[in-house]
Write a protein that binds this ligand. Sequence first.
Ligand code: COA
Length: 474
Amino acid sequence: MSSPQYDSHPTLDAVFKPESIAVVGASRTPGKIGHEILRNLKLSGYAGTVYPINPQAGHILGLKCFARIEDVRGQKVDLAVIALPAQLVQQTLESCGRVGVRAVIIITSGFSEVGKAEEEAKLVEIARTYKMRIIGPNTFGIFYAPSKLNCTFGPNYVLSGKTAFITQSGALGLALMSWTTEEKYGVSSIVSIGNKSDVDDADLIEYFAQDEDTKSILIYMEGLKDGKRFYEASKEAVKKKPIIVIKSGRSQRGATAASSHTGSIAGQDRVYDAAFKGAGILRADTMTQAFDWLQAINENPIPQGENIMIITNGGGIGVLATDKCEQLGLKLMDVPEDLKAQLQETVPSYGSLRNPIDLTANADDETYRRALSLLMHREDVHGIIALFCQTATIDPSLVADAIATVDEGAKATRSKPLTAAFVGGHLSEVAYKRMLEKRFAAYPTTERCVDGMYALVARRRELLSAGLLSLQGH
Ligand code: COA
């Protein structure tokens, strides 16, 4: 499918910032897709006008229904959501075009993903005639936090945050809507991109690159139709914000499964790999890794150099973190003599003043506060990995609070990224989630914590290679 010839931004505003929405196929029956979309629109706090369209119904969820979209006379409709059986979609789209709808989300399945490419092409042809944009078909809809717009049949509550998530898998996106809330990971937007008949990854990347409420972009991808446009849009967008991609179908069997899922051609994995690298995109292997990276990137400044320091209360986790740093190509700096002298007042003689700095199992919140303050205010330390192993002597949450306070103080005056791990049982879990709530990058394992720091260093390298950062501190 060729890309649209017109500027994408004004019309995508009709998707994300519509003043009015028609739900065509709004159902009277709770549990049906057309009912749940309407309910989510009502519950999410969307401030625009919503018009349910259903020829059989008088009112649904307290909203007056219209038999046809043509009956919404004298009022403009920016966005129409179509939740009707496939055989009704084409004529409905024509009606939308005739009344001046600017964008359409087609929820309905049964197009190119089941071999009906011609029917799908016809939808695009109609949309182009009327200068409408299409999301889908075969989508669960979109969520956009700044407009309080939950135009999906997924969970009603989604935590607001800084990442725009574009997903080619509906089920995965729906699952993630609940997961992000559970994990306290907010999103600015979720777009179920479906069969990408019109609006594709490149359009959304361009849109979110200029969206002030989005700090990073995450894409779950099975395949691309217009690789060149994706590459160009990404290369431009990464200058402003990071893009992380999870591309499935690495294996031959996976690629075949992807093509029968959304009709995409998964292509050769190494071609994608090279393209991602060339465009400055970070490719994550798993969802967990992608969110770990985003956590680090969203909540931290870009490091001003690559000197990483580890601070720990346990030798073992310090060694594990060191191994992981080596594996990922992170540079652990040698501790300068003047810093060693300062740390001696805080670190017991049986601790270690080498990197990783081992505060020993005796370390309490005050020990962490003092040691971290020293590191935070040094120009030659560019990133800090703070590790804590649960002991019986102190509540991990006290240490979490100490780390948060020191970092908060330092954040005001200088750029110093920090990732923290709390390893242990329930109390450690409480501690790391407490840090997440305070918008710090915190993890339950050393490996994930180091991986978070890796993402920050990788982002710095990317910006450097694009000439968008100075070599200061390098
Ligand atoms: N205009 C407006 N509403 C109409 C209509 C018309 N021309 N014709 C019928 N309706 C009404 C129906 O009466 C019904 O309302 P009711 O339940 O109050 O009677 C409502 O619109 C929906 O129509 P219905 O025929 O019941 O459709 P459905 O809900 O069974 O199926 C889809 C519609 C879109 C859900 C279904 O075709 C589909 O594609 N499902 C899969 C969706 C999916 O998985 N997407 C991808 C997610 S990742």
